[in-house]
Ligand binder design. Structure first.
Ligand code: TMP
Length: 232
């Protein structure tokens, strides 16, 4: 397999099929646009195991994803897509950059989820972007935007129920979409404690990458708790 791309937390490898790729989950962790870095043994395998269960659940509920199957502890087989250069973020509870930007505390439960886009561009620090800006730059069409927003709100409901079922609050999350060779929009990338904020419903203990971002303790212990609860 030939490496097609290497990101901060994953590698993309070619397969013998033109329209399929392997996504290899790495143990590398970064925060603050790469300013803070570490290698955390076991993180990749935990994220892959959690992403696998979530993508299977979403597929069962009619969400089209790039997921085909998980091959081993670190590798997922997926459909090849062209990733839309947009980070799609839903917030159910104030935290992170939202709390910072608007000068509010973390933990405010919103009446409705907020839908947000940022431009995936490390050099610019992934700036916040609205629909018109994304359309003006040709990153997405109006129709694609509408579809992405509807699908994302549906995913939020499914994920909130899924995590509530294991005693976890879904504070916020980031997802990415890709377009396949037929022009179909598929949920891509990963959904894991690297890309979601997850708080224990009873104690508000953080079970996500904020453990690393804020030096709150052992990251893999938090991720393992999430996976153990998913596996029941
Ligand atoms: P934020 O509060 O830092 O904007 O993050 C919102 C959510 O998006 C949070 O669950 C973490 C996730 N996220 C990523 O997965 N990758 C990123 O590059 C950023 C900035 C956020």
């Amino acid at each position: 397999m030939e490496q097609l791309y290497e990101g901060k937390a994953k590698q993309i490898l070619s397969t013998d099929k033109e329209d399929e790729i392997v996504i290899r989950y790495k143990d590398d962790a970064t925060a603050g646009n790469g300013e803070k870095k570490a290698t955390i043994t076991g993180k990749g395998a935990l994220n892959l195991a959690i992403t696998t269960r979530i993508f299977e659940m979403l597929e069962e509920n009619g969400v089209a994803t790039h997921y085909i199957k998980t091959l081993n502890d670190t590798d997922m087989l997926a459909k090849k897509v062209t990733i839309l250069p947009l980070e799609v973020i839903i917030r159910n509870i104030s935290a992170g950059s939202f709390a910072k930007r608007y000068g509010v505390e973390e933990g405010i439960v919103f009446k409705e989820p907020t839908f947000e886009l940022s431009y995936k561009n490390d050099d610019l620090g992934d700036p916040l972007m609205n629909e018109d800006h994304a359309v003006a730059l040709g990153l997405i069409t109006r129709d694609q935007y509408k579809e992405v927003k509807e699908t994302t709100l549906k995913i939020n409901k499914l994920l909130q129920d899924f995590f509530h079922g294991i005693g976890v609050k879904l504070v916020d999350f980031k997802i990415e979409y890709g377009v396949d060779k037929d022009g179909k929009i598929l949920l891509a990338d990963e959904i894991s404690p690297d890309t979601c904020r997850l708080w224990d419903e009873k104690t508000n203990e953080k079970l996500d990458k904020d453990i690393f971002r804020r030096d709150l303790g052992n990251l893999t212990e938090g991720y393992q708790k999430v996976l153990d609860r998913i596996r029941g």
